[in-house]
Design a protein around this ligand. Structure first.
Ligand code: F6R
Length: 265
């Protein structure tokens, strides 16, 4: 796991966007398969990618994308559905084919059947080339709440009380927040060829420390990422504040940047 501690959101956004740009350019006309997250954490990176599309000719026309999750009960057009969120905040600003941006159907009669169909669809498309993730303050990724099997597949899940409280900022009242979602599983996410997780703020500090340095355990679902060979974590100083090895991560980055001559600032 490569941990990059950044000075501000702009620097983080550039580093995450660089990863997307590399994958998209490498795939060329074949098109990359992108794994997209909703929530506030990826927004600076999405804005940077929209800027690169508009001003630097970065094209997503050949790409396809799968979302991590969707609320059960919200139709695609609902203003808080993740189907809508990703269009409002990313997809409408780039040239990807809208029909190639796929999410679970939160209104399916049988969410378990829909979840299995969705999981199989990711595999049938050849898997995800680059998955972007946020992290919950309780250590969830997608909606894999504490207690999730490390081998879990896409399935219906019940949101933790803390997640409902965290996400109530998007809804008028806490009672409006759906209590269930269809979420990619930890096993599903782990099949992405590369993963970039981004987080900011003090309320993510414990989750980040557990994810990077804690024991692998269903208690902190993001620890499953320790088993993946290609994970980059981009965090600000506040989110990094409980990392015991923060000095080592900074030192590593200085050495790597010196040898590759890249630098990220
Ligand atoms: C979003 C998702 C969630 C969020 C997490 C962090 O699709 O699956 O795991 O990434 O809840 O949310 P923010 O970024 O809003 O703090």
């Amino acid at each position: 796991m490569e941990i990059i501690i950044v000075a501000d959101a702009d620097e983080g956004a550039r580093i995450v966007a660089d990863q997307f740009e590399q994958i998209v350019r490498e795939a060329g006309s074949t098109g990359a398969t992108l794994g997209l997250a909703t929530g506030s954490s990826p927004l600076p990176a999405y804005r940077e990618l929209i800027r690169r599309h508009r001003h630097e000719g970065l094209s997503f026309a050949a790409c396809r994308a799968f979302l991590l999750d969707e609320y059960v009960g919200l139709p695609a057009g609902h203003e808080q559905s993740y189907h809508r969120f990703i269009r409002d905040n990313f997809v409408s600003g780039i040239d990807i084919d809208d029909a190639a941006v796929i999410s679970p159907d939160g209104t399916a009669d049988d969410p378990a059947v829909e979840a299995a169909r969705y999981d199989a669809g990711i595999g049938a498309a050849g898997g995800v080339d680059l998955q972007i993730l946020g992290i919950g303050s309780n250590g969830h990724i997608a909606f894999n709440e504490p207690g999730s099997s490390l081998a879990s597949r896409t399935r219906p899940v019940v949101l933790a009380e803390s997640t409902i409280a965290d996400n109530s900022r998007y809804f008028e009242t806490r009672e409006d927040v759906p209590v269930q979602a269809i979420s990619q599983g930890l096993g599903t996410i782990g099949e992405a060829r590369r993963i970039v997780l981004t987080a900011s703020g003090q309320n993510k500090a414990e989750a980040i420390a557990q994810m990077a340095e804690g024991a692998v355990s269903a208690r902190w679902p993001a620890t499953s990422l320790q088993l993946h060979p290609e994970v980059t974590v981009v965090v600000d100083e506040a989110a990094a504040s409980r990392l015991e090895l923060a000095d080592y991560y900074r030192h590593t980055r200085r050495i790597v940047d010196h040898h590759t001559g890249t630098g990220h600032s």
